[in-house]
Every structure is written in C-alpha cells, then in structure tokens.
Design a protein around this ligand. Sequence first.
Ligand code: AP5
Ligand code: ZN
Length: 217
Amino acid sequence: AVIILLGPPGAGKGTQARMLQDAHGLVQLSTGDLLRAAVKAGTEAGRAAKAVMEAGGLVSDDIVLAILRERMAASDVSRGIILDGFPRTAGQAESLDGLLEAEGNTIAAAIAMEVDDGAMVERISGRYTCAACGEGYHDRFKVPAVEGVCDKCGGTEFSRRPDDKAETVRGRLEAYHAQTEPLIAYYEAKGVLSRVDAMARIDEVAEAMNTIVRRAI
Ligand code: AP5
Ligand code: ZN
C-alpha cells in the first residue's frame, strides 16, 4: 500500500511521515531528503539538482523519478510506503501510477495537508534538523526536551536548510500552487483523497492522519 502526503512547503509532511513510519511500520520516502543526499554526495543527479533546489524551483521529473526508483528497489517496502513530497507534478503522478500498476501495488490514501501560506514562512524559518538522525525541530513549535540535545538520538549537532530563506520560500510556495496543488483534484477523482487541517497542533494532526492511515491500510 502507498500513502501519499500532499501539502505546501512547511505543511508538516516530513514531521508526520516520520511519525507514521514509527506508528505503522511504513517506509518513508522523501524525494526532498533523497535529493539533498544526492547534492551532498555530489552525484550527477545531485549536481543537476543543487541550483534548482536553492532557487526554490522543482527538479526535473526524470531526475526525481530515477532517484525514487533506485530507493524503492533498495528498500523493504512490503509493509507499505509513505511518499513525502512526491508526486509534485502531473507527470510524476502518472509515472507513479505506471510504476505501481507494474508491481500490482495501489494507492491506499492521498492526504492533503491544508495550511495557509502565511503560516508557512514562520514554520519554515524556525526549522532545524538533527545532523545525526534527521529528526526535525522548530525554534518555537517543537523544541527538544533537553536544549541542544536530540530527543531521538542524543546528537548535539543541528543544521538548517539553505532553501529555508524567506525569498526562496515564496518561490517554493509558487511552485506548489502552480504544479502540485492540481494533484489534489487528481486524487479526489480517483476516490482516495482525504483532507487534514494541518494548522492544528502536531499531535492533533498526527491523530487525524493516524485515523486515515489505519482505515486505509
Ligand atoms: P522538500 O524537502 O520536499 O521540501 P518541501 O515540500 O518544501 O517541504 P518541507 O520539507 O519544507 O516541509 P514539510 O511539509 O516536510 O514540513 P516539516 O515537517 O519539515 O523539497 C525541497 C526541494 O527539493 C523542493 O523545493 C524541490 O526543489 C526539490 N524536490 C523535492 N521533491 C521533488 C519532486 N517530487 N519533484 C521535483 N522537485 C522536488 O515542518 C516544517 C516546520 O514546522 C518544522 O520545523 C516542524 O517542526 C514544524 N511543524 C510541523 N508541523 C507543525 C504544526 N502542526 N504546527 C506547528 N509547527 C509544525
Ligand atoms: Zn537525532
């Protein structure tokens, strides 16, 4: 089974995908994380993606699909996959349909995480991540229990993303509205869409998502 998370930058896709992974034994696949890893490793795909990501645009479907296919083949996805940040264009959605059909797999749910644009800038500019395990935090909304120490792994190094600057965030929001938001109607037409109020507290959003996923898988 495949669960798709749709939502603008900062909606909380990564936060919720990690919680669903822990709660349901699903494998989280984030194309953003995979692309950042490729940039860091300096692979050919990473070199092509770097400038586009820093400018807040969308990386080409070819690169994203190649990276995703590679990771799917290398992961144990038998208990289900949670796609975070993919698909993001009509072309990617169609490619995903083809990929799943070939495997006899299906989309169990697409969850649209609804938020207003204004809140996004605040969320994204306060965000930071554990350098060791990737757990996400926020200066105000999600602080570690012990200041400066990761709750998950005890790590003490944290990093911020180069594309989390206000001017880049605006570009990312534009890309979302122009290219990704239309996918909500695409999955609604397939009868797999659910909507979640992602302006609520993290634990409240998690509860709503859990209910949807429990029913779907
Ligand atoms: P990607 O990494 O996917 O970034 P994004 O979609 O912009 O989403 P974010 O990671 O910024 O936000 P999120 O929704 O995961 O929120 P989070 O949980 O961190 O993509 C980055 C780039 O890669 C793209 O711009 C593009 O260039 C490229 N790319 C990736 N996939 C692609 C694809 N398929 N095709 C083409 N290009 C692609 O939460 C944000 C913050 O808010 C955190 O600090 C968190 O603690 C906090 N928070 C979360 N939930 C709440 C809440 N309910 N209340 C208060 N605070 C909250
Ligand atoms: Zn950590």
